[in-house]
Design a protein around this ligand. Structure first.
Ligand SMILES: [Zn+2]
Length: 348
């Protein structure tokens, strides 16, 4: 027997999030305030309008405004802390969050300032709130392989209690993903975990490059994976996780008209460890709880499957084995308490 997943139950379900950008998690109200303080001109001073976009180009121009509004360590502290607060409100208990210094470095903000603020914001949130957040330094692919190597050098010197690894984001078109092999090899040599945005609006071949030539342990998005059945079988066999962001693929990459048409359900049916994530919850004005609600509605998933998606996030994380076991026990206990509270039968 299966149990329907109600919206209020899904909102409170404990969750893991592995694909969330701190800049994209910024609140519109905070960006309005910071932009005013730093004299950055905005396309709109209405918080409801500021983050309105209908395609990737508009999304990227808002992303530029956000980055231009972040100047001091305090600014980065604030958006990191608030991103964790908003995560907690969506039931996120554990998150590996991206920060992408490449964009603000170009505007003259030193990478040390970014790290000082983001790391302090996350450390304070971990102390004050019911969340454990870790960080992933994302380099910007279009800036090229030399920038990637530089970012790996920076990452290698940061506090490993907070920084788990490196990633790579931004557009795929016109990018030779194999050109980042040296950067990812250097990251592996430094003992850093590795992931990359691939197969989002680019081909499955970028996913193949990620796992065969870049040594990535995870793939962000992986929307096009099923185009390559052999690669799909390998990803299933090796339990290489995808950090899927269905709503983002609808509203940012525009690669699919709605969540129901997204390949997530088919990926999971074939045994892919495909997790559910929000990507840019502030900019999209949809957090991880909204994403769970959208996924359950789109595929008719019962509560059991949504609980399994939550547990899959733990498996896909870069927590050590004992950390995964502890989080799994906690989640299972919380699932039981939530079910009891809703008068539902115990999970089998
Ligand atoms: Zn992303």
């Amino acid at each position: 027997m299966t149990t329907p997943a109600t919206e209020s139950h899904l909102r409170r379900l404990p969750k893991v999030e592995l694909h969330c950008h701190v800049e994209g998690a910024a609140r519109a109200t905070t960006i309005l305030e910071l932009a005013a303080r730093h004299g950055v001109s905005l396309p709109s001073v209405d918080p409801d309008e500021l983050f309105a976009f209908t395609d990737l180009n508009q999304f990227l121009s808002i992303y530029d405004v956000i980055c231009a509004s972040l100047r001091t360590a305090d600014d980065f502290h604030r958006i990191a802390y608030e991103a964790c607060e908003d995560g907690v409100a969506a039931g996120v208990r554990y998150r590996e969050m991206f920060f992408s210094p490449g964009f603000v470095i170009r505007l003259g903000v030193p990478v040390q300032t970014v790290w000082e603020g983001v790391s302090a914001g996350v450390r304070d949130a971990n102390h004050d709130l019911d969340i454990e957040c870790r960080l992933i330094l994302d380099f910007d692919k279009p800036t090229g392989p030399a920038h990637a190597l530089e970012m790996v050098d920076v990452a290698a010197r940061l506090d490993r209690d907070l920084l788990l690894g490196i990633g790579a984001d931004s557009v795929e078109r016109g990018i030779d993903h194999r050109a980042f092999a040296a950067a990812f090899a250097a990251a592996a040599h430094e003992g850093l975990h590795r992931t990359i945005h691939a197969g989002e609006d680019g081909p499955a071949d970028n996913i193949a490059a990620a796992v065969h030539e870049l040594g990535c342990e995870r793939v962000d998005h992986g929307f096009r994976l099923l185009d390559d059945p052999e690669l799909t079988a390998e990803i299933v066999d090796r339990r290489i996780p995808l950090t899927v962001c269905p709503t983002s693929n609808v509203v940012i990459a525009n690669v699919v008209p709605d969540v129901a048409s997204h390949p997530l359900a088919e990926q999971r049916r074939r045994g892919v460890l495909a997790t559910v994530n929000s990507d840019d919850p502030g900019m999209m004005r949809a957090d991880l709880a909204d994403e769970y609600v959208a996924v359950a509605a789109a595929y008719g998933y019962p509560l059991e499957e949504m609980e399994q998606i939550s547990l899959d996030g733990i498996e896909a994380s870069w927590l050590p084995d004992d950390g995964k076991a502890a989080l799994r026990s906690r989640f299972v206990a919380e699932f039981a308490a939530l079910r009891a509270e809703h008068g539902l039968p115990a999970r089998r």
